[in-house]
Design a protein around this ligand. Structure first.
Ligand code: ZN
Length: 335
């Protein structure tokens, strides 16, 4: 709290400025706007495919034609950006599908940019969905299952990011949490003629139980072990700031904190300390918990969703990645 003078009761009565909706709006410190929203999508092969994700009501794995339909609807409501995750038909130990010229994400990017040139298409850059073992990096097998190799993975990530840029992605978003990957990606983008493609780095990505429903959606559950040797420990905030500092030094343009609601302190510190464009990812369980409680009639879905997103904004987030982006856009219109 700053040491500026503040009024005292009874001369100062904070309730004076809460007496009407117009007054409350006039002194509102934080605003939620449709221009801040990013809607994630899961894209798969085929036609007319809408495979519901059981733990995320209203979210589907979509074939590209269906993706175009849903993205068009979201864009018409004012949602300016989408974030793509790919579900390939086949997986291997080199994640070939991640950087294939005709990979599922590359095809989806081309289709979206052709249909909706003004829609910002952000691509998740990772290998887990394309690896037979489901980890975000190359695995060296050992007795305990395997070790995730950092440096050899960087090349594949860089190649993946460049292939997304080549397909027309507006922003690439590495989510793997390997050390040094932002630099590797920046160098590869610059080398291949994409110096103007921004990087939105999942800089402070925590090993979180809130990712549960996403695993079903992206079919990316690791076959052995977990992701705690690369994603961050939930106990650490100072380390998150070091991760962010590293990514900024390596060339990140936008910084992301993931998950969002349980990590508002991190969002606040990142925004305060670095002042970079900051994204908050309201992850799958944040969405599913609201949906489940609302379905039971225990909470007001709209009010809880809007309040949660406003809290992320208040903490310092400029960009809000949420599976509820379409509903939120609709609600903001009705307000
Ligand atoms: Zn991954």
């Amino acid at each position: 709290m700053s040491l500026h003078p503040v009024g005292r009761f009874p001369a100062y009565r904070p309730r004076r400025l809460r007496q009407s909706a117009a007054l409350r709006r006039l002194v509102s410190e934080t605003e939620l706007n449709v221009s801040q929203l990013v809607l994630p999508f899961f894209v798969r092969t085929g036609r007319n495919q809408r495979k519901p994700i059981g733990s995320m009501p209203g979210v589907f794995q979509l074939s590209i034609d269906e993706l175009q339909r849903d993205a068009t609807r979201a864009h018409a409501l004012g949602v300016p950006a989408v974030l793509l995750f790919g579900i390939p038909d086949t997986k291997d130990a080199k994640a070939s599908g991640a950087y294939a010229r005709n990979g599922i994400v590359q095809q989806a990017v081309r289709a979206l940019k052709q249909e909706l040139p003004d829609l910002l298409v952000i691509t998740d850059v990772c290998l887990c969905e394309y690896m037979s073992h489901g980890h975000c990096g190359i695995v060296h097998a050992d007795k305990r299952g395997g070790k995730i190799l950092n440096d050899p993975t960087l090349k594949l990530l860089a190649r993946t990011a460049a292939s997304h840029a080549e397909a027309g992605a507006d922003i690439v978003a590495p989510s793997d949490m390997m050390d040094g990957r932002v630099r590797a990606i920046r160098e590869e983008l610059d080398r291949t003629g994409f110096a103007d493609t921004p990087i939105m780095s999942y800089a402070a990505k925590f090993a979180s139980a809130f990712y549960g429903p996403f695993r079903e959606a992206a079919e990316s559950t690791p076959k052995f072990g977990d992701r705690r040797s690369y994603q961050m420990h939930a106990a650490n905030a100072n380390e998150a700031l070091r991760e962010v500092a590293l990514d900024i030094e390596e060339g990140a343009d936008i910084i992301m904190v993931k998950p969002a609601l349980a990590y508002l302190d991190i969002i606040h510190r990142v925004k305060t300390d670095f002042g970079y464009p900051t994204a908050a990812y309201a992850v799958s369980a944040e969405y599913s918990m609201v949906k489940a409680a609302a379905a039971k009639g225990w909470i007001d879905e709209r009010a809880v969703t809007l309040e949660s997103l406003l809290a992320m904004r208040r903490a310092g987030a400029d960009i809000l990645i949420t599976y509820a982006a379409r509903e939120v856009a609709q609600w903001l219109r009705e307000k």
